[in-house]
Design a protein around this ligand. Structure first.
Ligand SMILES: Cc1ncc(COP(=O)(O)O)c(C=O)c1O
Length: 398
């Protein structure tokens, strides 16, 4: 039996090793302080759950149109209009089983063997793999702490070649929390517009989690020309604590939208009818739960950042969005703890887990192993105790 080339090229998630170890420790009865999670720790708001229960009782338990119900499409259209100043028609909206699925669809219909996709790095691990599945060539643009982990216009210009098919943007970013301003997007957008064959995929799943009076701007909203070049990806997972419901959506130029719906019609068909009804309530109902969640996230981010920056050798730009901190831990490389050598974030993450039961994701998962990703989607008591443990351990690294 021989697997397809496509399957052989897919890397297993580098986060899995740490995750498996964390789960093993937990199963053995240890308390694990988990900073690895990529989902809000809050419950789905009650009015959203109620909408799902009503949908079940009303018999909304059958197939829906492949790209989503009329009601969900309308809620998405209204959301884009109200919050992003973007006008779409129903045929341009495709609801899928999570934003990850939306991304999968769009990479499948746009990217061919050998096409280049510009991916600002640190990147989210699934972005990288989804480029590779259809045979795309990831063009890594390494951003720096000094630039707040944002791709500069010069870097973009340099990375573009006649083979560039897609520029991927993810603001706010997983893993760095970087948020691009309108001006920054405008400059990047103008560079892209000079090249007729480039489409922008803009992953805006963390849109609602933006802090410090920053504003989320969709690059599609900057001009009609950019809108015609952009596929916007969004979803309900992060904003409404709905990771398990699996609803994401895309807004795309008509030709791309049609191709995505066709592909989906032969793979998963419509996303869950019940989850679609819940998502209508999420998008159209009160946004107060999002505001409450943000207040809590800011408190945690500020506390954790203060604790991290108090540790000698650690640097970390203040992220304006998402729920991750991405500190540079390379000052600890070339040293050891209890005889265990530390030469990468992967080594340090293993030591943290084994010695003090703190789980973090090493930067290797995001294309730069000088860093580690700390999720603050966990409660303050856990954060406080875990930071005490990290501080103590790092003081003993020699
Ligand atoms: C940048 C980014 N895009 C997309 C997703 C996928 O979200 P969903 O749960 O809707 O598939 C995630 C989830 O971790 C993410 O971090």
């Amino acid at each position: 039996m021989k697997l397809s080339k496509r399957a052989a090229n897919i890397s297993s998630s580098p986060t899995l090793a740490i995750d498996a170890k964390a789960k093993q420790l937990k199963a053995d009865g240890a308390k694990v302080f988990n900073f690895g999670v990529g989902e809000p720790d809050f419950d789905t708001p009650q009015h959203i759950k109620d909408a799902a229960i009503e949908a079940i009782n009303a018999g909304m338990t059958k197939y829906t149109p492949v790209a989503g119900t009329v009601q969900l499409k309308q809620a998405v259209i209204d959301k884009f209009k109200r919050e992003n100043g973007l006008s779409y028609e129903a045929a341009q909206i495709i609801a899928s089983s999570g934003a990850k699925h939306s991304l999968y669809n769009v990479f499948q219909v746009l990217v061919e063997e050998g096409d280049e996709v510009i991916i600002p790095t640190p990147y989210w691990v699934s972005h990288m793999e989804q480029i590779k599945i259809p045979g795309g060539k990831p063009v890594v643009v390494m951003t720096s702490e000094e630039n707040g982990f944002k791709m500069t216009p010069e870097q973009l210009q340099e990375a573009i070649t006649p083979k560039t098919k897609v520029v991927l943007l993810n603001s706010p970013s997983n893993p760095t929390g970087a948020v691009y301003s309108k001006e920054e997007l405008e400059v990047l957008g103008n560079i892209i517009l000079k090249h007729d064959n480039i489409t922008i995929i803009s992953d805006e799943i963390y849109e609602k989690l933006v802090y410090d009076n920053m504003e989320h701007v969709s690059i599609a909203s900057i001009s009609e020309e950019l809108k015609e070049r952009t596929v916007v990806i969004n979803g309900v997972s992060k904003a409404y604590s709905m990771t398990g419901w699996r609803i994401g959506y895309a807004a795309a130029p008509l030709e791309i939208a049609k191709a995505m719906a066709n592909l989906q019609s032969h793979s998963t068909s419509n996303p869950s009818s019940i989850a679609q009804a819940a998502s209508v309530a999420a998008l159209s109902g009160t946004q107060q739960p999002v505001e409450d969640m943000k207040v809590e996230f800011v408190k945690r981010r500020d506390y954790m950042l203060e604790r991290l920056l108090a540790i000698p050798g650690i640097s970390c730009p203040k992220p304006n969005g998402a729920f991750y901190l991405f500190p540079n831990v390379s000052a600890y490389f070339g040293k050891s703890y209890n005889g265990k050598p530390i030469n990468s974030a992967t080594d340090l993450a293993a030591v943290l887990l084994e010695e003090v039961q703190v789980a973090v994701v090493p930067g290797v998962a995001f294309g730069n192993d000088d860093f580690m990703r700390f999720s603050y989607a966990t409660d303050m008591d856990t954060i406080t105790e875990a930071m005490n443990r990290i501080e103590k351990l790092l003081a003993e690294v020699k």
